[in-house]
Ligand binder design. Structure first.
Ligand code: PLP
Length: 439
């Protein structure tokens, strides 16, 4: 069967996500090793997106494959209340790597589900309903997580849950308050106080924030941003929730993005890198004061595949692999290489207005004009048909670079095991593709 025949067979019965089906661009993956994957024609692609920001350990890792094989042979299916070794081990390992005193976990199947359950837990703990989230944010595709989401993926499906309020983002390149970095008083964080005053803080259960903004632009917040949110939430008895689905598991050069600022959220959500994408798992981590509530009060949450044995086994092994192979440190060490490469791209291509990086979470923002910072693609997209950005994804694919381009953003988020040489090679492919589409 040719690759085209395989694709046609699949298209006939299985939908692609987030696309009109006719326009969907398949990812042609048959296998892979490390930062590279191979398509059905045997061609190698450099994975600058870690599939969908989840394959942080890299492709084809023998220890992760081995953990799945052993677990499948031993116990592949178990009741949500089952007790088994991989589940107990995973709990211990998650407690060891989680920020501060977070030591108790709810184990589900995706980032969206983790956020759904964090929302439910916040309501159960506080008895309050409203939550505060940011504008340029993504928290998942299910209705609760989508209601928290600030970006345009929500608007097509409104109305969502009642009671989600918005605050602005720490988006220094386009400061929502028109201020310049260094000259501001962190209005993006302190504005929360104003929203609470207007809304009545005693009605707000939680503030829900991505550790570092992921798919909406890789915004790295100023150092006092997270501590300010923590202080304000503490003053009002509001839970602070860090969504680390994208920014967790070493992506930013620490286990979790909030570790950069020494902040311990009350709840933390994880997915993606927890299994490095080798099985489906979402996690809600909580501090002892939250977990204690459920000793005597019923936890109104659950699912058939809760703590699935295959996911527990591979997540448990993945945490050891991150540690043994120094992958978190590797991501931090590659940050200067990534940043220098992104700055070099910016120096060469006037289409680039800003570049940002923390660990191996790099992003490029495109503009029509550097002086006015007019976005190259209007917010929510799509890129105008005759624009260079409309041609960029195909130019990257032609160079066998798997790389996320969304609205006026491009992301550099390779597996953390990537070598400096491969990182520079991928950046050179982006350079080449940009030269082609702007020629
Ligand atoms: C920050 C963030 N939260 C939640 C999600 C949803 O995770 P999932 O797609 O596993 O449901 C994503 C997915 O990209 C994400 O980036």
């Amino acid at each position: 069967m040719t690759p085209a025949e395989l694709e046609a067979r699949q298209r006939r019965h299985v939908l692609f996500t987030w696309s009109a089906q006719r326009k969907a661009e398949p990812v042609p993956i048959a296998g892979g090793q490390g930062a590279w994957f191979v398509d059905h024609a045997g061609e190698r692609w450099l994975d600058f997106e870690s599939q969908v920001y989840n394959c942080n350990i890299g492709h084809g890792h023998p220890r992760l494959v081995g953990a799945l094989q052993r677990q499948a042979a031993e116990l592949a299916c178990a009741h949500p209340a089952a007790v088994f070794e991989a589940k107990a081990a995973l709990g211990e390992k998650l407690a060891a790597i989680s920020p501060g005193d977070i030591d108790t976990f709810f184990l589900c199947l995706s980032g969206s589900e983790a956020n759904e359950n964090a929302l439910k837990i916040a309501r159960m703990i506080t008895g309050r309903t409203k939550v505060i989230a940011r504008r340029r944010s993504y928290h998942g595709a299910s209705m609760g997580a989508l209601s928290l989401t600030g970006d345009r993926r929500r608007t097509a499906l409104e109305p969502g849950l009642w009671g989600v309020l918005r605050i602005e983002d720490p988006y220094c390149y386009r400061c929502p308050y028109g201020l310049e970095p260094g000259s501001c008083a962190r209005q993006c964080a302190t504005h929360l106080e104003h929203v609470l005053e207007m809304e009545d803080p005693s009605t707000v259960a939680a503030v829900f924030i991505e550790g570092v903004t992921g798919g909406n632009g890789g915004f790295v917040p100023p150092p006092d941003y997270w501590p300010t949110l923590r202080r304000i939430c503490d003053e009002h008895g509001i839970l602070l929730i860090s969504d680390e689905v994208f920014s967790g598991f070493g992506r930013t050069g620490r286990w979790f993005a909030v570790d950069h600022w020494g902040v311990v959220p009350d709840l933390i959500t994880m997915a993606k890198g927890v299994t490095s994408g080798y099985a489906a798992m979402g996690v809600v981590g909580m501090r002892p004061h939250i977990a204690a509530h459920f000793q005597d009060q019923k936890l109104w949450a659950g699912l058939t595949s809760y703590a699935h044995p295959m996911a527990c086994a591979v997540a448990s092994e993945a945490i050891d692999v991150y540690r043994d192979e120094g992958l978190i440190e590797a991501a931090a060490a590659l940050e200067p290489v990534l940043l220098a490469g992104l700055e070099a791209l910016k120096a060469k291509h006037p289409l680039i207005g800003d570049v940002r990086a923390l660990g191996l979470l790099g992003s490029v923002e495109f503009v029509l004009d550097r002086a006015t910072r007019a976005p190259a693609v209007p917010y929510g997209g799509p890129a105008p048909a005759d624009s260079p950005l409309a041609r960029l994804p195909a130019a990257l694919r032609a160079r066998r670079l798997h790389c996320a381009v969304r609205d006026n953003l491009l992301f550099v988020t390779p597996p953390l095991c990537i070598s400096a040489a491969d990182l520079q090679h991928g950046l050179a492919l982006i350079d080449d593709a940009l030269s082609e589409v702007t020629a």
